[in-house]
Structure formats: C-alpha cells, structure tokens
Design a protein around this ligand. Sequence first.
Ligand SMILES: Cc1ncc(COP(=O)(O)O)c(C=O)c1O
Length: 424
Amino acid sequence: MRPVLNPLVLSLKESATLAINARAKELRRQGANIVHFGFGQSPFPVPEVIQQALAENTDKKDYLPTQGLPELCEAVAAFYNNEFGYSFLPSNVCVGPGSKELIFEIIYLTEGPLIIPAPSWVSYGPQAALRGKAIITVPTKRENNYRLTAEELDNACYNSGQGQKLLVFNNPNNPTGALYHEKEVKELAEICRAYQVIVISDEIYAMIDYDQQAMSSLAVHYPEGTIVSGGLSKSFAAGGYRLGVVLIPDSLEMVMASLRSVASETFSAVSAPIQYAALKAYGDFETVRPFVKKTTDIYHYVMHYLHARFIKMGLNCPKPAGAFYQFPDFDNYRAPLAKKGVITSASLAHALLTENSVAVLPGSDFYLPTTNLGVRVAGVDFDGQHALDTWPGSDHVTKEYFREAFPKIIQGCECIAAFLNQFM
Ligand SMILES: Cc1ncc(COP(=O)(O)O)c(C=O)c1O
C-alpha cells in the first residue's frame, strides 16, 4: 500500500536529539567507547520523595480534569510565584504530557509566524512546520553570548509586518547555557509590548541557574503577553515521567480555553499517579530543594570544567550560566578543517563521532547556517547517582575525585583535543 500522508508531516525527520541518542547508544552496544555529549537528559535519579509519592498513588485510576489535578495547579502556581515572583493563579495552569506537547499545542492553536532566536532548541521549528506556520529565525551573536537583543527582536518584528506574532524565548538556554539578566529582559519586554507579541517563555531549565536566581523572566516584565512553560524533566530529573506545565495569564484566557479544548480532544489528561508525584515536587518543594541545589552545583562545576578545557583548545565558547549545555565553535580551525573536507557543522559532528568517538549535535540543527562551525555539547555523560552520593562540594573537588567520578567528561575533552591535535 502507498498511503498518502499529510504533506506537512512528510518533510519532518526524527528529532535530532533523539536520533543522535539512538546512534550513540547503538555504537556503544557494538562496543565502541563513545562519549555521549549529544543528549540533554538529567543523569541524576528522580528524588526519592517524588518516587515515593508515585509509588503511593498507583491506585489513582480515574481520569483527572483536563487542565490538571486542582491541587497540582495550585501548587504549580504557588511554586512559580514564590520562586520567581510571578503572579499566576491556579486557574492559569495547565498540566500536559511534557512541556514539548504543550508548546506544540500553543503553536498549533495560535495564528501568526513564530520568531525563533538562533541558536534555539531543535523542536520549535519542526513543531511550527507541522502546523504550516511561518518561522522567522533571528541570528544572535556569539559576542553577546548568543542572547537575543532588543534591537534584533525589533528588526524581526518590524520586518514580519502587521499581525500577531509569537516568540519562543528559552531562558536558561539550550543549546548555549546563556541566561538573561534583568536589563536585557526589560528591553525585550518593551519591544514585545510594542508589537503585542505572544511569548512562550520556555523555562524548563529555570532552576538550573548556577548563580541561583540571577535569571530574569518576561513573565515579570511583560506578564500580559507571556506564557511560561516548565515541567519535571530537567531540575526534577524526571524526563520519562512526561509531565509539563504551562502558565497562561488571564489576559490570554482565550488561549487557555482553546488549549483546554485541544487537550480534551487529544491527550485528555496526564496520567493520574504522575500528577500526584508532581504534587509532591511542586507542593512540597522544600523537601526537593537540597537535591536541586546540589545537582545545580554539580552541573555548574562540570560545565565550567568543560568550558575551561574548550577555551584552552582554542575554541570560541561563551561561558554557560545555566542548564547543562554549551556551544563551542570551531571557527579558529576553519582552514585546516576545510582541507579535510569539513566545512559544515554536520560534517564536523560526523567527524568527531566517527574519528574520535564524541557525540555532539551540529549547530545547523539549532537554526544556524550550515557552515557555522558551532556544536552543542551536553555535559551530562556521568553517573548521576554516584556523583550525588559522593559530591564533596565545589570547593573540595580534587583532581583524583574528578577523574574517578566524571571519567567520560575528561575523556570527551581528551577526544576533542586529540581531534584538534591533527591540525597542530
Ligand atoms: C529547551 C527545551 N524545551 C523543552 C523541552 C521539553 O521538555 P519536556 O517535554 O520533557 O517537558 C526540552 C527538552 O529537552 C528542552 O531542552
């Protein structure tokens, strides 16, 4: 049979992150000693109190309200208001099977093009394409740590003409680890307000902020037009639980009403036991806070170790301030790489994996031109349980301890250095 498929689906390939994960796993299965800097998953175990809450609620079998368990919506609003100074009500919260799905549904039910700062997370573009929505990519500058400026946003909004537009704004950022500070966010808020932009503020990494609460959000400076998304996947280490949240202000009540309808006709409601587990995470956050703090300290240390090594190798790389990614570029090696036939980030990522056994994602998957030689490094190839059990605190990390607890992080640096050594 030759089924006729939706043409919007035909152009879609497998998500780049999931594809590199499958490839690295397959190479490992075949016995290759791969360093996996390709997949952005928390290496830590789900905090025990959350696991326990899940175990205690396996009897919860009834469908829950589409928007979510009312106590959970209350806990989520309180969590965001307390931690970040937002002003959401429980009725502003919608729970879904991962923030990825919720972001897609918001893209689906709103009109207008989607503005994507480049580099940005791999899935926003394909989600917009699935809806037949136009994408406006806005290149950001390495010198500005790949942070979108008010001027860049202003130009993009102006050039896109009249009519509603959406902006997806990821802070802290995947793939760069960049974090926006108050002054920049205030300036961006002014532009958003002037053009009445609907913002999806993707804050899935909000708690992984190395300096603790230095992050500033459009939900504070442009609350009337900002939808916040988040969930259990990153700071709570529970990506596989598939629970995400969005917080939609009253001023966008029509978006919430439509989301409720779309959700009720698609996923109906998130699994009830998972919602009770999430209630523990958000509703009793003080029991989880030490875990979030400790894991953030570990990410901070590991990411700054990687950053220092990359700078020593002669790569250009803004220092990450949050999440667990960074974005080194190999521009300084462009000429010798070209002699080898490596002129795109995709061929660079391929060479790093096949010649030196390091999996990274090419910058072209993050909306950059193919010849930009940036790659995304996810610094999470370590045994999270072991790190959590043995972490001595950032001030007490010895060389011996680091080598014992984070061998793949060191191996990854050595592999990239060996790759570059061929050009010396
Ligand atoms: C920037 C960003 N947003 C959203 C997500 C989706 O998270 P989830 O669907 O697990 O909530 C991810 C996951 O990798 C991400 O990196």
